[in-house]
Design a protein around this ligand. Structure first.
Ligand code: ZN
Length: 151
């Protein structure tokens, strides 16, 4: 039987070493920066929003493996998805990494690859690394012009 932690570790390393959707597309019409001073992570998320859908999502980042992997996985998950669905997914992910109760099997399944990041719930300072890109993405959707910080 494959050890789940090892599998999760592999997913995080893969995404941090080979981030997907890394770059600054010219067609992006929303963007926001995130900054996690505790760890030194910085991320900028670029979205192309059309109506109620996110058509494209890319990012640039400098930071720890968890912050980069989370941003990479996020861009894969939110492309071509309705904004309402993306916000609900973040809500679920945030609960899974920072909520009082650990995520149940159904939640882990719904989170797909993001389940690999739920191990950070045992390390409160790393929760900010895992959610940084998501906060920036939400700020970009909300049209916030200012830099965002994770809470
Ligand atoms: Zn970090």
């Amino acid at each position: 039987m494959m050890d789940l932690r090892e599998l999760y570790q592999d997913v995080i390393l893969d995404h941090s070493k080979h981030p997907r959707n890394f770059g600054h597309p010219e067609h992006a019409n929303r963007e926001a920066r995130g900054n996690n001073p505790l760890c030194g992570d910085r991320v900028t998320v670029y979205l192309t929003v059309e109506g109620a859908e996110i058509k494209d999502a890319q990012f640039e980042a400098k930071g720890c493996a968890i912050s980069v992997a989370s941003a990479s996985m996020m861009t894969e998950l939110i492309k071509d998805r309705p904004i309402a669905e993306v916000r609900a997914l973040f809500e679920r992910f945030h609960q899974a990494v920072a909520g009082k109760e650990p995520p149940d099997a159904a939640t882990l399944e719904a989170l797909n690859g993001l389940a690999a990041l739920t191990g950070v719930r045992e390390f409160p300072t790393r929760v900010k690394c895992a959610t940084l890109a998501w906060h920036a993405m939400t700020a970009a959707l909300d049209g916030a012009a200012k830099d965002v910080k994770t809470e």
